[in-house]
Design a protein around this ligand. Structure first.
Ligand code: F6R
Length: 263
C-alpha cells in the first residue's frame, strides 16, 4: 500500500487525476472502476478539465461503477447512474459506461452478468475507491465476506440515516443496494483509494495499520499488490507511521515519480 499525504483534498484530487490520466494515455482502452460519493468529485472535475483543456481522450475507455440502489430508476435524482452522468459522464467522451441496474428483476442473475461483463472487458485496470467511516468499500459494510462478489446487500441503519439527506423522507431511502464484492474489488489491477477530512482519519488508520478483518472491509487492501491511497492532512492524522509515508513519497526514485504505470 502506497500512502500519499497531501496538504489539501484539492491537491490530492489532482494527483489522483494525474494517475488516471497516466493510465489512459498509456492504455487508451483502459477499464476504470468508478465510485460515487463526495470523495471523488474533485478528481472527476480535474479529469473533465483535462478532457477540455488537454484533449485527454476517453473514447476507448470502459467504466464499471461500484454500486447502485435497488429500486431506483436511472433517472432518479438520488440514483448513482444520475450522479455519474451529472458529475462525470456527460462531460467526457466515454462510450461504454456500466452502473449496476437497480431495477434488475432477477438480481442474482444480474449480479452474475455484471461480474461476467467485467471479465469480458478484460478486468478492471484501476478501481477508484472512497472509504466509509466504518471502513466499508463499495457498499460492503462491516461483516462482508472479504471474498464476496457482486451481490445485493442490506444497508446498515447508520448508512440509511446518512443517505436520508438525498431523499424526501426516510421511508424513501432504499434499504438495499447492488455492490461489487470485496473480492471483485481485489481483482482490480490497481486500487486508488482517496480519503479526505478528519471524519475519515479513524477508518484510514484501521484500513492501513489495523488488523485485516471483515469488521473493516477496506483493511483487505493490505493484501492487494498495488493499492495507492491519497489522503489530505486531516485524514492522515491517526496514522502511526505518517512520517515514514511522507519520507517514502519525498524520496521516490525518479522513474517512480514520473509515472504510476509502466510504458
Ligand atoms: C460509493 C461507494 C462508497 C463511498 C463511501 C465514501 O460508490 O462505494 O463506498 O466511497 O461511502 O463516501 P463519501 O465519498 O461520500 O465519503
Amino acid at each position: 500500500m502506497e500512502i500519499i499525504i497531501q496538504p489539501s483534498a484539492e491537491a490530492g484530487a489532482r494527483i489522483g487525476a494525474r494517475i488516471v490520466e497516466d493510465l489512459v494515455r498509456k492504455k487508451p482502452e483502459a477499464v476504470l472502476g468508478l465510485a460515487t460519493g463526495g470523495t471523488p468529485l474533485g478528481l472527476y472535475r480535474e479529469l473533465i478539465r483535462m478532457r477540455r483543456e488537454l484533449g485527454l481522450d476517453f473514447s476507448r475507455v470502459t467504466t464499471f461503477n461500484l454500486d447502485e440502489y435497488v429500486g431506483l430508476p436511472p433517472a432518479h435524482p438520488a440514483s448513482y447512474r444520475r450522479f455519474m452522468r451529472e458529475n462525470f459522464f456527460d462531460h467526457v467522451n466515454i462510450p461504454q459506461t456500466h452502473v449496476p441496474d437497480g431495477m434488475a428483476k432477477d438480481i442474482p442473475a444480474y449480479c452474475e452478468y455484471y461480474e461476467k461483463a467485467i471479465r469480458d472487458a478484460g478486468g478492471i485496470d484501476l478501481q477508484l475507491l472512497g472509504v466509509g467511516h466504518d471502513g466499508h468499500i463499495g457498499f460492503n459494510e462491516p461483516g462482508s465476506s472479504l471474498a464476496s462478489r457482486t451481490r445485493i446487500k442490506t444497508l446498515t441503519e447508520e448508512t440509511v440515516a446518512a443517505n436520508r439527506r438525498f431523499f424526501a423522507s426516510e421511508a424513501e431511502v432504499p434499504r438495499h443496494v447492488i455492490t461489487m464484492g470485496v473480492g471483485t474489488i481485489m481483482d482490480s489491477r490497481t486500487c486508488l483509494l482517496l480519503a479526505f477530512g478528519e471524519a475519515k482519519a479513524r477508518a484510514v488508520a484501521a484500513m492501513a495499520e489495523g488488523p485485516i478483518t471483515a469488521m473493516c472491509p477496506a483493511s483487505i487492501l493490505q493484501m492487494h499488490p498495488r493499492t495507492i491511497v491519497i489522503l489530505d492532512e486531516a485524514a492522515s492524522r491517526s496514522l502511526k507511521r505518517a512520517a515514514y509515508y511522507r519520507h517514502v513519497y519525498a524520496n521516490k526514485p525518479a522513474f517512480q515519480r514520473l509515472s504510476a504505470f509502466p510504458a
